[in-house]
Design a protein around this ligand. Structure first.
Ligand SMILES: CC(C)(COP(=O)(O)OP(=O)(O)OC[C@H]1O[C@@H](n2cnc3c(N)ncnc32)[C@H](O)[C@@H]1OP(=O)(O)O)[C@@H](O)C(=O)NCCC(=O)NCCS
Length: 189
């Protein structure tokens, strides 16, 4: 398994992963696809090839809009995605979508982290996140935040983030709906 920047050719496999077995509601799938498409948006003229595959790494730079997308694979909205792919056939096993948090100094949001249903429990989610965290640390990232539902994956998402070194930093009871709390996790990079 290796981790690289997302490519347009990954899109259909990623939509299958999001739509089948991830347990997301249809509006969540639609939102995830929107961010994926933003991450795939080639309109950023600074795109460069690098060791990850399609995108480049680099130190943060400030745009006129105030957000801090870094040089390379970051599109104009600051969304980025990395995929975990099988070594032998390039099958997409999972992906992480993240971006800079506006109005912060070197803080990031992890928007989505999803592993194909039949590939879970093999360390792929942890490896994908570790790859993203290493990359963000290299470019000076300080902290990463995740908002998730207390019911996501029947509580599996919460356990995954706790195992991956995130700290529960806040909760809003019944935020998404009655009995479905918003959980805020953060990890210092
Ligand atoms: C959450 C998710 C990304 C985890 O990916 P994964 O590849 O199965 O996770 P890993 O195998 O890397 O597990 C890492 C650790 O988390 C734990 N973990 C992962 N999923 C878990 C679950 N459902 N319940 C309990 N623990 C879990 C593992 O036991 C492992 O702990 P260990 O290091 O002590 O062995 C995956 O289950 C998924 O895609 N779920 C659906 C989407 C989702 O809920 N995403 C998160 C919110 S966006």
């Amino acid at each position: 398994m290796r981790i690289r920047s997302v490519l347009p050719s990954d899109r259909s496999q990623l939509i299958d992963i999001l739509s089948q077995g991830a347990g997301f509601r249809s509006e969540e799938v639609a939102c995830a696809i929107e961010l994926l498409d933003a991450a795939l948006d080639p309109s950023d003229p600074t795109q460069e090839k690098d060791a990850w595959g399609a995108g480049g790494l680099g130190p943060p730079r400030t745009t006129a809009g105030g957000s801090e997308p870094s040089q390379g694979s970051v599109n104009k909205d600051g969304y980025e995605a990395r995929v975990a792919v099988a070594n032998d056939n390039e099958r997409v096993l999972g992906y992480a979508c993240f971006g800079t948090t506006p109005m912060t100094e070197a803080a990031y949001d992890l928007y989505w982290l999803v592993v194909a249903e039949d590939a879970r429990g093999q360390g792929i989610g942890a490896a994908l996140f570790a790859g993203v965290a290493d990359e963000l640390k290299q470019r000076g990232g300080r902290i990463i935040r995740v908002e998730t539902s207390s019911l996501e994956g029947q509580g599996g998402a919460r356990r995954f983030y706790e195992k991956t070194g995130f700290k529960l930093s806040g909760a809003i009871p019944d935020f998404y709906r009655q009995g479905d709390d918003l959980l805020l996790f953060a990890k210092v990079l």
